[in-house]
Design a protein. Structure first.
Length: 193
């Protein structure tokens, strides 16, 4: 046998043996010790949620107290052709909680021909306004022909109350006397000529 040929056979055998020690799957570490094994922990299943609804935690949630008609008063004065500007104020300071009362709705009753809108007279708009003890006034723009005799501008609102004070909040709610602002017919548009 030729010496170079035997070197080739040895080289091929050496490569063949080295190739057998390579891992069968990529990412698996090669090992020369067949009795050493590695294991990964089995994946755990996620916990299950209870099927019953959770009970609310009343200790940290306020109760919303709604007031269908707030004790509001003021004047609705002409503010241009077909427009009135109502400046509204809280009439019962003794029935105003420390947290204030936020206006949630403003409407004309009956609505015949009146549309209630935004701010006027340099005061903030009443929709979303919060009346607070010692605090000011808000405004409402009223437009339209306003055909209803005796129409009134009315306000609804609410305030938050802690559960521990719910009975005193309900008592305060019961002391409120509804108020409104009288609406007159806005000045008609002048004829153009």
């Amino acid at each position: 046998m030729n010496l170079s040929r035997s070197r080739r056979v040895i080289a091929v055998l050496a490569l063949g043996v080295a190739g057998c020690s390579a891992p069968a799957t990529p990412g698996t570490p090669a090992t020369t010790h067949p009795d050493v094994t590695t294991t990964e922990p089995a994946p755990t299943a996620p916990g299950t949620e209870p099927s019953d609804p959770e009970q609310p935690r009343t200790s940290d949630h306020d109760i919303a107290i709604s007031i269908p008609e707030l004790p509001i008063g003021g004047n609705a004065d002409p503010a241009g052709t077909g427009t009135l500007c109502a400046i509204a104020g809280w009439l019962q300071p003794d029935a105003l909680p420390d947290t204030g009362v936020t206006v949630t709705r403003v409407w004309a009753d009956p609505p015949n021909g009146f549309r209630v809108g935004g701010a006027c007279g340099g005061k903030p708009r009443c929709a979303g306004y919060t009346f607070r003890p010692g605090d000011g006034k808000c405004s409402v723009t009223i437009t339209g022909p306003g055909t209803a005799e005796g129409a009134q501008l009315k306000f609804a609102g609410g305030f938050p109350c802690t559960p521990a004070r719910e009975s005193s909040c309900r008592e305060l709610e019961n002391r409120i006397n509804p108020g409104s602002i009288g609406l007159s017919q806005p000045d008609p548009p002048s004829p153009t000529g």
